[in-house]
Design a binder for this molecule. Structure first.
Ligand code: GDP
Length: 436
């Protein structure tokens, strides 16, 4: 996805432009120097083209104190990421030494630049300053008023010309690469409420991906700049409009179907009920089908137990879940959404990870010390090799497969997690082969 960065000195209207383009009030804007402290990021969806937009903090040429100079360095780092830079100047104020300083930095970087002459409600004033602006050396310019929305569409058209059209289909195509998430759990635990809380979160933007029926089935959610596809959300969405609970909706077959299409399964549990047998069954199902898993304890506004205590209790109740994260949310209080996405990211990253051959060889060579019981019996383990991802798959070469049982398999899995990579949130699949 193309990256567009807003650059310039302080107080030229960068944040106002950012908000205008994003279409939401996200950045803090105020008529005071240095209010925007750090780079902000958002997604712009214009006329079917999607790009990432960064707002940077204002740059001071004379950054004496440490904070100002570290802010400046961060802004410069963001400039480096850009495919296109919107260099904002103040149409009323004309050129200042600070503008010259930014211009020089941009010329050195050699990026594509559109000069954005802002605060241009009065064309006469801008005209008087135009010659001066053009001396900065950027021939492509747009005269706008971010505050009043004048010519912002002209600017957007120009951006699209530069970065090229990235149509909707392509966006979906790209997002086939992003994690597919399924929200599962028993009736009434708050699945719909949680999904709706995600949609309502300020940090999330949502696009429905049309299915074969009229209902959107999957939703493309962008959360803090990353994309996720939430699959089979028709039921979750519908329920938010009318409290509709059909039995069919909760059938085991349906749960299996949803899990099947996912990379990451969010198992939602009602905090007031705790982990039930049904929850364990669903978790086991997800793991056996090789899916990454996050345990979501929802309605945590209704319980007084500390998270740590609760988490320990979940692991005591279901020890087979100890490689999986437990996060706490309240869909009604909009609590824990950010932590939930963090856990999804971690689980998905484990699910896609490949570890080095050297680390696995080292583990094999250390087996006699690490797990004498495993290797000093009749079983011999010659090698462990990672042969796939999503989830990570390993082939273990042994002398005789008949010596392998569930406990051997579990021991090797634990050794991989302890010694090579924790693969937190993802199951591992081990296949045993005899050496020929
Ligand atoms: P689903 O069947 O799993 O989709 O559950 P719903 O989303 O329909 O929620 C069931 C009930 O629990 C509704 O009355 C919600 O308002 C309530 N609920 C959902 N999440 C929370 C939460 O985090 N805290 C509290 N107190 N109630 C919640």
């Amino acid at each position: 996805m193309a990256v567009v960065v807003i650059a310039g000195r302080t107080n030229v209207g960068k944040s106002t432009l950012f908000n205008r383009l994003i279409g939401k009030r996200k950045a803090i804007t105020e008529d005071a120097e240095g209010v925007t402290r750090d780079s902000l990021k958002g997604l712009v969806d214009y006329d079917g083209t999607v790009f990432e937009l960064y707002d940077t903090c204002g740059v001071f040429s004379d950054a004496e104190d440490e904070m100002l100079s570290s802010m400046r360095n961060r802004a410069f780092k963001t400039y480096e990421k850009a495919d296109l830079i919107l260099f904002v100047v103040d149409g009323r104020a004309g050129i200042t030494a600070e503008d010259e300083y930014v211009a020089e930095k941009l010329r050195k970087l050699g990026k594509k630049v559109i000069l954005v002459i802002n605060k241009s409600e009065n064309p006469k004033v801008v005209e008087a300053n135009l010659g001066e602006f053009l001396k900065l050396g950027f021939t492509d310019y747009v005269i706008i008023s971010a505050q009043h929305g004048i010519n912002v569409d002209v600017l957007l058209d120009k951006i699209v010309q530069y970065i090229g059209k990235q149509p909707f289909e392509e966006k979906i195509q790209q997002n086939l690469e992003c994690p597919k998430i399924a929200i599962v759990g028993k009736p009434n635990v708050g699945k719909s409420s949680l999904f709706n809380a995600i949609l309502k979160d300020d940090r999330a933007t949502v696009t429905s991906i049309p299915g074969t029926t009229r209902d959107p089935v999957d939703e493309l959610v962008n959360f803090e700049g990353k994309s996720y596809v939430f699959i089979d959300t028709a039921g979750l969405r519908r329920k938010s409009r009318i409290e509709y609970k059909s039995l069919e909706h909760y059938s085991v077959a349906r749960t299996i179907d949803v899990i099947e299409g996912a990379d990451v399964v969010l198992l939602v549990i009602d905090a007031t009920e705790g982990v039930t047998r049904q929850d364990k069954r669903i978790a086991g199902l997800a793991i056996r089908r090789g899916k990454a898993l996050v345990i979501v304890i929802n309605k945590c506004d209704l319980v007084k137990v500390s998270q740590e205590e609760y988490r320990n209790w979940v692991y005591a109740e279901a020890p087979f879940l100890d490689s999986y994260d437990v996060v706490f949310t309240s869909a009604v209080k909009y609590y824990g959404i950010k932590e939930l996405f963090k856990a999804i990211d971690e689980a998905y990253s484990s699910y896609c990870r490949t570890v080095s051959k050297a680390a696995l060889n080292k583990l094999v060579s250390q087996l006699p010390i690490l797990s004498p019981n495993l290797v000093f019996g009749e079983l011999k383990i010659f090698s462990i090799e990672q042969v796939g991802t999503k989830p990570p798959k390993f082939t273990v070469v042994v002398n005789k497969k008949e010596h392998v049982n569930q406990q051997v398999s579990k021991t090797i899995e634990n050794l991989i997690r302890d010694r090579v990579d924790e693969f937190r949130g993802s199951p591992l699949i081990l296949t045993f082969k005899e050496r020929r």
